[in-house]
Every structure is written in structure tokens, then in C-alpha cells.
Design a protein around this ligand. Structure first.
Ligand code: KG4
Ligand code: ZN
Length: 328
């Protein structure tokens, strides 16, 4: 069985196939035109998806040598995300599903991230803890199975990846912030600046105070120091941001007694996070690096999981910018 996955929730146009064992021809077009604005501009994002949807799909078809008639199901992200962006991939997928008479599966973007560590591997025994840390979300769940979740905590303000992006913009190291901060941090002392580790009560997260602490520290520096201290600021910020995630993971493991954790979303590419999670001494699962940020492979993989369980969606499923993960 072959499932097509289409992802257009933000600024990446992603298309891939999953054949039950592996992802084939994961094709991704990442929009770089947002760079000059330091963040994603929704109107530009949706227009770019319109331009790229067909070429990216055609490239995936060419790269995989799969013919359209071999596709058994078509999965696409319906939310959460930018409404104009979501509509492009969703409409494309519905149109294809209708024209070739194959089932359509609407995918929640957060659920696709949650299961991305298991692409092409076996899904571990449930329950496990699932942490999504991306540019739009920072959420911690107990995963009891596909479509079966309990939300333990989420960010009260900025998402973790968003904090990386904003700090990167402040210190002028490029967009998206995560990989650039990580690169600069490699050359800096992580204790050069003593930013407080955010720890709101319980299992919720907070990153806006950290971002402001970096801003205040930066403002106090002379123009020369601002350049010289880029590695220190990057390393100190990264240490604290990752520590903020680790504190909650530790607390969740202690409170729930669940000793399996799956980390996903763009921030899960971060090497310090991977190292710190491995040090927790519990079973841990991370996506392969090409499935950390938004991609079609995770949508195809989850779509496949639904289809083998006999589940699909109606063609009138609407795009939902604020879709939540609700247990069904
Ligand atoms: O999952 P994703 O592609 O998009 C959303 O669904 O939001 O995540 C993108 C986010 C960006 O904020 C980016 O800065 C962050 O993931 N990111 C990283 C790293 N690579 C990407 N953050 C920290 N370290 C990284 N290596
Ligand atoms: Zn995402």
C-alpha cells in the first residue's frame, strides 16, 4: 500500500510517499523569501505554495517512479497552521483523491510530528510521553495511541523554536534561528551569560521571559561587544532554552512514571537537546534529521497508519488554523 502525504501548514511545501516500510521521494520546497522579514509572512507563504505545489508533487512522482494510479490513499495536513497555506495542500489532496477515487485522510500537523520519530520503525509500546518543540508549538502529551492523547502542558507564550528565531534575529545570525544559533553556540561559553531558566508551575512552558532577558543583556553591550559576544549569547541562550524543556520532561517522567519519551518538531534536530534527553536514562526516540522540521514524510506515514486501521476522512473536512489534538 502506498500513501501520499502533503504538508503545507506553514512555509514548507512537502510531498512524500510511504509504502509501509519507508518514505519514498520526500520532496521539500522551503521558502527562503521570508528571510528578509525575520519570520513567515502568511500571504507570501500561501502564494508560494500555489506556485510550488504541482512542481513539488511532480518531482516526488519522478523521484519515486510511482505512477498516480499506484497511490492507495492521499493524506494532507488540515491544521493547525496558516489558513491560506493549509488550504493549498488540502485542496490539492482532495482534488486528487476525488479524481482518482482514492481515500483522503486529513492529518493533524501536531499528530504527524508526534509520530515522526517512528517513521520506518516500529511504534513503541504505549503510553509514551510525546514532546513537540517547533516554531509554532511547544506541547507535552501522554500518547496512548493514535488519536488518543492527554495534554500535560503547553507554552504559555512563545514556542521554543520561536524563541530561537527571535533571539537569532536580535543578534543577527540568520533565519530560521535554530540551526544558526546552534552553529554559533558551538564556539561560545554556555555559561557566559546567566539567563534565568524559565520554569512556570506544573508542566507548562514559557519562553518569552528568556527572550526578554537576552534582549536586556544585549542592549547593555557596546557595538563591539555585541559582535564579539555572539557565540556566548547563542550558547548561553541555547543551554537555558534546552534546560527549560528538560526540566519539564524530568517532571513529567516523575509524575506519570512513564519512561519512554518521543521528541519531535524542528527543535528536535538540536544536538544539545538530543544529548540532554539521552542523559535522562529513559528510552528516547527522535526523528531522523530530515523529518524534524515540517515535511511530507510524516504526513504520509501517519496517513498510512490511519488507512491500515480502516480510517479515512470526508472530502468536506475543513482547514482549521487552530486545530487541537483531540482524542477520538
Ligand atoms: O517543525 P517546524 O519545521 O515548524 C513548525 O511546525 O513550527 O519547526 C521550525 C522551528 C524553527 O523555529 C527553527 O528555528 C527550529 O524549529 N529549529 C531548531 C533547530 N532546527 C530548527 N531549533 C533549535 N535547534 C535546531 N537545530
Ligand atoms: Zn511543524
Amino acid at each position: 500500500m502506498i500513501v501520499l502525504g502533503v504538508e503545507t501548514s506553514c512555509d514548507d511545501t512537502g510531498v512524500a510517499f510511504f509504502d509501509g516500510e519507508k518514505v519514498l521521494a520526500s520532496t521539500l520546497y522551503t521558502q527562503l523569501s521570508h528571510f528578509q522579514f525575520g519570520g513567515v509572512v502568511p500571504e507570501i507563504a500561501s502564494r508560494n505554495h500555489i506556485k510550488k505545489m504541482l512542481p513539488v508533487f511532480k518531482k516526488a512522482i519522478e523521484d519515486s517512479s510511482i505512477s498516480i494510479n499506484e497511490i492507495d490513499g492521499i493524506a494532507a495536513t488540515y491544521g493547525p497552521g496558516l489558513i491560506g497555506s493549509l488550504l493549498v495542500g488540502l485542496s490539492f489532496a482532495k482534488g486528487l483523491s476525488y479524481s482518482i477515487s482514492r481515500p483522503f485522510i486529513g492529518i493533524n500537523h501536531l499528530e504527524a510530528h508526534l509520530f515522526s520519530p517512528f517513521i520506518g520503525r516500529s511504534i513503541p509500546e504505549e503510553p509514551f510521553l510525546g514532546l513537540i518543540a517547533s516554531g509554532g508549538h511547544t506541547e507535552l502529551y501522554i500518547v496512548n495511541g493514535i488519536s488518543n492523547y492527554k495534554l500535560l502542558g503547553s507554552t504559555l507564550d512563545d514556542a521554543c523554536g520561536e524563541a530561537f528565531d527571535k533571539v537569532a534575529k536580535l543578534i543577527g545570525v540568520g533565519y530560521p534561528g535554530g540551526p544558526h544559533i546552534e552553529m554559533w553556540a558551538a564556539r561560545g561559553n554556555p555559561f557566559g551569560f546567566n539567563f534565568p531558566v524559565p520554569d512556570p508551575p506544573g508542566l507548562d512552558f514559557s519562553f518569552s521571559g528568556l527572550k526578554t532577558a537576552v534582549l536586556y543583556a544585549y542592549k547593555k553591550l557596546s557595538p563591539e561587544e555585541r559582535i564579539k559576544d555572539i557565540p556566548e549569547i547563542a550558547a548561553s541562550f541555547m543551554r537555558v532554552a534546552i534546560e527549560a524543556l528538560i526540566i519539564k520532561l524530568k517532571r513529567a517522567i516523575k509524575e506519570t512514571g512513564i519512561e519512554r519519551v518521543a521528541i519531535s518538531g524542528g527543535v528536535s534536530a538540536n544536538s544539545l537537546l538530543r544529548k540532554r534527553v539521552q542523559e535522562l536514562g529513559v528510552r528516547n526516540y527522535f526523528p531522523e534529521k530530515n523529518f524534524t522540521s515540517d515535511n511530507g514524510g510524516m504526513v504520509a506515514f501517519l496517513g498510512y497508519q490511519y488507512l491500515v486501521r480502516g480510517k479515512s476522512s470526508q472530502l468536506d473536512l475543513r482547514a482549521d488554523a487552530n486545530a487541537r489534538l483531540i482524542s477520538k
